[in-house]
Design a protein. Sequence first.
Length: 155
Amino acid sequence: MASAINKVILIGNLGRDPEVRETGNGVKVASINLATTLTYYDKEANERKEITDWHRIVLWRGLAELAEKYLRKGSKVYVEGRLSTRSYEQNGEMRYITEVIGSDIVLLGGRVEGVGNGNEVMQNDEEMNNIPRSSIPKPVTNNIEADNSTDDLPF
């Protein structure tokens, strides 16, 4: 029997500062709204267009503390996590929300308010000891050269 995979990878910009709170038993949780934008050229309208999607990211414990300290509106980040859908009742009506439970974050932008060098890696503290350092994503740069070599991939 095959295992299920639930993995989300996003690169985008924060739409506002993180919202950080504590649960009843003192555990920190942060919510961030991340914008990802697809840019394309519309030949019929003869113009460049953009489609922006907003993603709700939830960060727990040490990752929430680090987000509170380093992330600000406009910060460019790489986020890894898993999709989670939960339900709640509002005014007698059942509502559903899908969000990303973040497990790793890499800051991709420049320094934020004089803190860090823009390449900080933040990981969920529960998983820190189980992940080999070689699997932590490297920050994305704008000077990536295209690989024009041929390969054996069928697509």
